[in-house]
Design a protein around this ligand. Structure first.
Ligand code: 5GP
Ligand code: SF4
Ligand code: MG
Length: 460
């Protein structure tokens, strides 16, 4: 998963992108980068590993002049965390430069890459996104948006893109619309961002979503929209509402806060916990859902777990002996709150179950009498091929155990997961039009030929 950002027509394009990336940090902490276009001097890239604040600072940005820029925050799997795989990609070809930042995962990247390699292409990264750069360069179309349409025809999978071709900024969303992308205005400048929270930070106005299958071109001639790709049914990722996006964002035309509160409310109706003393969240991703549970049930909300904010949004390694220590690095229980109480612990999702097991035991050790676990999504039973780095089926607790077994395994007194219907009916615009494959097994595309390679080579 990643965050992308684009701006056209602002004299401080690189600085604005840098600020915007801070608001997209939760979508990727592995590396970040900016490519800016100076109409006289050409395109320049700046990339760094780690957080936006660690990658580069104001002095580095002074080398990035121009009024057009794109930016990226990257989240990927272990093994591919190198500066070569940091985005945006910047490449030069016969007609100038191409810059590209991608959020999503291409399903047929391996096949497309082999085709290109057979024709002599050389790759400098293991990212699926690099395939798009080669395809852009090979197109003979003259208008940048037609070049991008050529590049995308035959590409399967999830993508939100911001692309620079010469002095044109392009934004695109795949025809199923797995990932969010919004368009905004800041004075005369046009902006694109994965989530609207990036626009808020800049004082920009949200104009609309980039639509599924849409390519938007912005340049001297104005803003042009086209829908050149084959249409497909909507498959917005429901997990964006459950976990990934920030609660202060509007994605897919709906408020993430409202979505999560409703998930919590539905949980309280479908899986009540009568007699509990209080509800608390596993911060931060389940704060809004816990609030919804408390509002609906009338059970008070407490702050029983404190999260260390200096630890990244990283999965905890299940195989390491030190995993309990790792849970403790990230969270601590408030004994004075928990001692002797019957509590409802709300989490947004359970993936491997390692964090959750550690937390239930931490809450008990802090003196809780009963721990009722409530989960604001349904059990995750399969991997995601569309840009979220869920592990293989073998590692997913929801794929291998029944709900009572999971409850016992995690050490809870009771466990309630939302049903698939409950989850889909709670999100804005639901229940139709969503991808829920990792919950339901109903994958919108055939699985990729080489899922492991896709994980390893994940562009995003
Ligand atoms: P588990 O108990 O499965 O080890 O961890 C569950 C926690 O992982 C939940 O609190 C949830 O917020 C978080 N989580 C869910 N999906 C993701 C993801 O894609 N990436 C990361 N880093 N954490 C996730
Ligand atoms: Fe989202 Fe799950 Fe679909 Fe992946 S498989 S796009 S995480 S709903
Ligand atoms: Mg969480």
């Amino acid at each position: 998963m990643c965050g992308i950002f684009g701006i056209y027509g602002h004299e401080h394009a690189a600085e604005i992108s840098h600020l915007g990336l801070y608001s997209l940090q939760h979508r990727g902490q592995e590396s970040s980068g900016i490519v800016a276009v100076d109409r006289q001097k050409g395109a320049r890239a700046l990339k760094g590993m780690g957080l936006v604040s660690e990658g580069f600072g104001a002095p580095d940005l002074s080398g990035l002049g121009g009024d057009i820029a794109i930016g990226h925050t990257r989240y990927s799997t272990a093994g591919s965390s190198t500066i070569e795989n940091a985005q945006p990609v910047l490449a030069r070809f016969r007609d100038g430069h191409i810059g590209l930042a991608h959020n999503g995962n291409l399903i047929n990247a391996t096949e497309l890459r082999h085709e290109l390699e057979d024709a002599g292409s050389i790759f400098t990264s293991t990212m699926d996104s690099e395939v798009l750069v080669h395809r852009l360069a090979r197109s003979s179309a003259t208008r940048p948006e037609d070049r991008l349409a050529d590049a995308l025809r035959g590409v399967e999978g999830a993508y939100c893109l911001v692309v620079l071709v010469g002095d044109t900024l392009l934004a695109a969303r795949d025809p199923r619309g797995w990932r969010p992308l919004v368009m905004g205005k800041l004075g005369d400048a046009t902006l694109f961002a994965s989530e609207s929270c990036a626009l808020d930070l800049l004082g920009a106005t949200l104009i609309r979503e980039v639509e599924r299958g849409e390519i938007i071109a912005v340049d001297r001639d104005g803003i042009r929209s086209s829908f050149p790709l084959d249409a497909h049914e909507s498959r917005k990722c429901v997990f964006e509402y459950v976990y990934f996006s920030r609660p202060d964002s509007t994605v897919f035309g709906g408020s993430v806060d409202r979505a999560r509160r409703e998930l919590g409310r539905r949980l309280a109706r479908d899986f009540p916990a009568p007699g509990a003393d209080f509800v608390f969240s596993v911060p931060d991703s389940s704060n809004s859902a816990a609030l919804g549970f408390a509002e609906e049930s009338g059970i008070p909300l407490e702050l029983a777990l404190i999260r260390n904010h200096y630890v990244g949004r990283t999965f905890l390694q299940p195989t390491q002996a030190g995993r309990d220590a790792k849970v403790k690095v990230k969270y601590n229980a408030v004994k004075e709150v928990l001692r002797g109480k019957s509590v409802v612990m709300v989490d947004d999702s359970i993936v491997r179950g390692t964090t959750t097991r550690g937390l239930v035991s931490m809450v008990r050790n802090a003196g809780a009498r009963e721990v009722h676990l409530r989960v604001g999504s349904s059990p995750i039973t399969g991997p995601c091929y569309y840009g979220i780095d869920t592990p293989t089926r073998e590692e997913l607790i929801g794929a291998n155990m029944t709900i009572p077994e999971i409850s016992a395994e995690l050490g809870a007194d009771s466990l309630g997961y939302l049903t698939l219907e409950g989850m889909l009916e709670s999100v804005p615009g639901g229940p139709g039009g969503f991808c829920h494959a990792c919950f339901s097994g109903d994958y919108p595309t055939p699985p990729p030929a080489d899922p492991e390679k896709l994980r390893f080579g994940c562009g995003c």
